[in-house]
Design a binder for this molecule. Sequence first.
Ligand code: GCU
Length: 336
Amino acid sequence: MKKYIMLFVSVSILLLGACTDDRAGSDDVHNLTLAHNHPTTHPVHESLEKFKEAVEGRSDGDISISLYPNGELGDEREVIELTQTGAVDITKVSAAALESFRPEYSIFGVPYMFDSEEEFEEKMNDPEVADTIYQSSEDIGFVGLTYFDAGMRSIYTAEREIETTEDMAGLKVRVQPSATSVDMIEALGGTPTPMAYGEVYTALQSGIIDAAENNLTSLVSSGHGEVSDHWFYTEHAIVPDMLIINNQLLEGMSEEHQKIVQDAADVANEFHKDVWDEATKEAADEAQNEMNVEFHEVDKSSFEEAAQPLHEEMKNDEMMGPIYELFRGDESDGEG
Ligand code: GCU
C-alpha cells in the first residue's frame, strides 16, 4: 500500500513540477521538492524549514520549496535515486546511504574516524575536504550543498547489556544499508542486519534485531527509546546528514539563484548546530527520565582497538587512501 501511495505522490510531484517548475530556466522560477525521512519534530526538519525560509525570502518567491518529511517519498535509497533523475529536486539523507552511489561517503562509516566532534566539524568546514565530498557525485546527477551534524552514534539494545566487544557476540544489530556499516559492526564483534531506518522500531519491538546504533535523537523522535532498555556510549561513528541537489537543476539556475540556494544551505547548517546540541540534550533527558532507558559507559578502548583493521584497510585502499589521508591528515600514521 505504502508503495502505491509513494508512486502516487511521486507522479503528482512530477506533474506539479512539469506545470510550475521552469527547468529550461527561461524565467528562472522554480517550485522545488525536498524530501527527507525524519518527522517534523526532528531538529533536521527545523533546519530544513530554515533553508526553505532563507531560499524563499532571498529569492523574493522566485524559488519556493515544498518539504516532504517522514519518508513520504521513499526511503533514503529511493529518494537519492529520485534526486538523480530530477523527480525530486533536493534531498536530505545520511552520508551512509550515499556510500553505494559514491565510495567517498564510506569514510564516515569507519569506526572512530574522528577523535571528537570538534575534529569532525573542523574537517567538514575545510573547503578542500568539503568540496571533495560534495562534488564527488557530480557525474551521477547530484552534488552536496551542505551537511547537518547528526552527532555521535552509539549502540542501544532492547535488553542485553554490553561493556566490551566480547559482549557483542551474537548481538543482531541493525545497521544502515551500507557495506561499511556492515563491516563496522562485524569488526566490533556483533552481527549486522542492514535495514532502512523506518523499519527499526518494529524490528526492535518484535525481536528481529537485538540492537541498533544511532544518535540520541532517534530514541525520542523515532520512539526507539520505547522499545530499548539500554543505551551504551560506544560513540563509534559520526555520520553526517547530507543535503544534496539535482545538479542539472542547480546548473540551470541563474548565478544569482545558485548563490541564494548555496547561501541558504550555509545558513541552515549554522542554524542546525544550535538546534542539534539542544535537541540531543533534551533527547537524553527524555529517554532517561520518561522512557526509562538506562545509560551506560563502556570499555571504549576495546571498541577502538577492534576498529583498527578497518582503518588499515581504508588507508591502504587505492581509491579511498587519499580520502582517508585528507580526513586524517597528520594523524594517519598514529593511533586511530
Ligand atoms: C540518522 C540520520 C538518518 C538516517 C538514520 C539511519 O538518524 O539522520 O538520515 O536514516 O540515522 O540510521 O538510517
